[in-house]
Write a protein that binds this ligand. Structure first.
Ligand code: NAI
Length: 340
């Protein structure tokens, strides 16, 4: 495994491997860019099958945070961290405190928050050792509602781009993963009159959404290929790949999961297949607004800008004859170049 030559390295400013033998902490902190400000990004606590998988994930996630902050107009750079281990068995207070010390040693270049496998109470423990932790139980609170709001706005903008009207009535929408964000998106799209199909490895999560919005449950292996108009990935990254894209029947893909594209080539693959893909880092910015913009009302007002931004991005992409991902990446490059 190489680091500087890694396919996901992309000029990272810093990649730090953190080891604390006493607590068993093994973590990687990646700072992709501080051009726009200190690097912001969550801590993912995950039982990676290999160190190589952890490195690849942290590099991709941290770069996506640079894109997200830049397009979202936030004065922050991009970073991310991963703690290697199982959140239900390896997470101890000593380990989280050791992680907090590592963040503190970076002197504010990296501001951490929650991600998969971390909860506000865990962030409270991290925050005992660093002033650069957000997402604590007394902080901004649950980011999922605003994330669901911006994903929903992005879906409406994409549907309007395709059909001329931001109307979901008469459309079928498939949601992969009905956790904190996906379940809320289900409520919003059902409220807008769409027929909703859902799949989740957690049966209880499916049952709750079925009861709440009358959604139709679908097998987890079949949701990506469901016969729908809109596919909403809200579970894992890497779900849009050379293997899955040919099976997708939706004409719009727009969801919350970070890094839905397995590789950057998959953006072109979707484009060629005539599938309109809204880049995840554009659609799921609500979580970052919720964590960073002070005051729930203000955050909501800022988040209301996402629908028009997506509409503009899709129009730009069409005008240039490129995919929305290419248009978004180009915009990010311009923003960073102007700030340098
Ligand atoms: P969550 O953990 O509450 O929900 C994820 C759901 O996906 C769970 O119910 C899980 O059982 C399900 N799932 C896992 N593997 C699956 C599979 N193979 N097939 C179907 N379902 C599967 O997470 P949350 O907060 O809802 O986030 C969803 C995604 O959105 C994640 O990828 C997260 O990184 C991303 N995201 C979340 C934000 C937030 O504010 N919560 C902000 C930006 C991105």
């Amino acid at each position: 495994m190489t680091i500087f030559g890694h396919t996901e390295f992309d000029g990272h400013e810093l990649v730090q491997f953190v080891h604390d033998p006493a607590s068993g902490l093994r973590a990687i902190i990646a700072i992709h860019s501080t051009v726009l400000g200190p690097a912001g990004g969550g801590i993912r606590f995950f039982p990676y099958e290999s160190e190589a998988a952890a490195v690849a994930d942290v590099l991709r996630l941290s770069k996506a945070m640079t894109n997200k902050m830049a397009i979202g107009g936030l004065p922050l750079g991009g970073g991310k961290s991963v703690i290697i281990g199982h959140p239900s068995t390896d997470k101890t207070e000593a380990l989280l405190e050791a992680f907090g010390e590592a963040v503190e040693r970076l002197g504010g270049r990296y501001i951490c928050g929650e991600d998969v496998g971390m909860r506000p109470e865990d962030m409270d423990v991290v925050a005992r050792r660093t002033g650069h932790a957000r997402g604590t139980s007394t902080g901004s609170g649950d980011t999922a509602p605003l994330t669901a709001h911006t994903v929903f706005s992005a879906i409406l903008a994409a549907v309007a781009h395709r059909s001329g009207r931001p109307v979901l009535a008469g459309h079928r929408v498939a949601i992969q993963g009905v956790g904190a964000v996906g379940a809320r998106v289900a409520v919003l799209v059902a409220g807008a009159g769409a027929e909703v199909l859902v799949a989740d490895v957690d049966r209880g999560a499916v049952e709750r959404v079925v009861a709440e919005v009358g959604a139709t449950p679908v097998d987890v292996d079949e949701i990506l290929a469901a016969d729908v108009d809109v596919l909403v990935p809200c579970a894992l990254g890497g779900v849009l790949s050379a293997r899955t894209i040919p099976t997708i029947r939706a004409s719009v893909v727009c969801g919350a999961a970070n890094n839905q594209l397995a590789t950057s080539a998959d953006a072109e693959r979707l484009h060629t297949a005539g599938i309109l893909f809204v880049p995840d880092y554009v659609a799921n910015i609500g979580g970052a607004y919720s964590a960073v913009v002070g005051g729930a009302d203000r955050a909501r007002r800022v988040a209301d800008g996402v629908g028009p931004r997506v509409a503009q991005l899709l129009a730009e992409a069409d005008a240039a004859g490129i995919s929305p991902s290419a248009a978004a990446d180009r915009r990010v490059a311009e923003i960073l170049a102007a700030a340098r």
